[in-house]
Write a protein that binds this ligand. Sequence first.
Ligand code: SDX
Length: 391
Amino acid sequence: ANGVFTYDPGFMATASCESKITYIDGGQGILLHRGYPIDQLAENADYIELCFLLLNGELPTPAQRDKFENTIRRHTMVHEQLTQFFKGFRRDAHPMAVMCGVVGALSAFYHEAMDISDAYHREVSAHRLIAKMPTIAAMCYKYSIGQPFVYPRNDLSYSENFLHMMFATPCEEYKVNPIFAKAMDRIFMLHADHEQNASTSTVRLAGSTGANPFACIAAGIAALWGPAHGGANEAVLNMLDEIGDDSEENIQRFVDKAKDKKDPFKLMGFGHRVYRNFDPRAKVMKKTCDEVLQELGMADDPQLKIAKRLEEIALEDDYFKERKLYPNVDFYSGIILKAIGIPTNMFTAIFALSRTIGWISHWNEMISNDYKIGRPRQLYTGAPQRDYPAK
Ligand code: SDX
């Protein structure tokens, strides 16, 4: 017990670290960011406000918010020489491969970030990462389709700017649809942080060696890429395409395939290492999905119909009920991103963009306090000690 929440001794023994940033109760389906429930934040705040909260521990005053937002805005451009890095990649490289390389390369531009003991340099690195990730993500997309990079604009909000950099061209301005901007901001918020997930733990382990923040975030991007983690949103859309239509027999076939132990197939967007109840983010994501598609007159979108029917059937299925498998954050996000016009190979890059604030907040929390190098131990199950055979 830490005076806030009570943990059973068994849990305490397995915890890898202490943190004040995010609390998850997997059994109850609770997610708090600095004590605030995710559904209340999604309803009342925006991503910039959530970034301030995760990084600093309290919601910003209006003046603090304006100052923070303005600071982020003035870091959105990347060093012009960084654009050369993109030219080394094949056009058909996966955006996550490019993002991983380019973000790691930021270490080559901001040498003062190597001094991680300096709180001011840590704060500047955090601001640079929050500001530049949308620019880098959009550049990954533009490079993959052979279009010129589009500079950020200081008159747009964080999510408007991202959509502008994704879809504007030098020949034509992109008129940001406010519904898309709001949905994009909501997606950024719902992916912002999630306690010690695989990619955040990777960032903390890398950070515990004293590595610079850009190298640590690049390590987090690499870990997030896997289909069992951040790659799931792209995999959900591919799965819905494969199901084809919302006929009972088509959907039941996939549910049965996901239960077949001989088949490694898992129902993408379902299950979670911690939640044994609904992922609270999935509930907000489903509501946002309905709102966006309703506004666009796409309420009967075929993939949404398949997703909703799949959810109903799986939640009724004994195999899923016994294992407490529910939709997670990735189940509906891809449908919203697709409705906005974002290609599936950019979905995980957008997850990485969103999660950067979580990664850098955990990194900063660890580096600002006493920390030791991470050194997980193992159970050795190999050969007993033996001598080298005499020649
Ligand atoms: C994210 O950690 C985080 O917080 C991650 C994340 C974040 O914000 O950072 O929330 C983001 O990564 C969400 C998860 C996205 N991944 C997917 O949607 C991929 C599909 N899901 C599965 O790969 C799986 O559910 C995992 C990887 C998420 C969890 O896998 P586990 O640890 O094996 O799940 P478990 O121990 O709870 O499984 C219990 C049982 C097992 O069967 P049995 O051995 O008991 O017979 O349920 C089965 C699993 O095989 N199972 C599934 C399943 N997920 C688990 N069976 C079919 N379909 C699934 N999706």
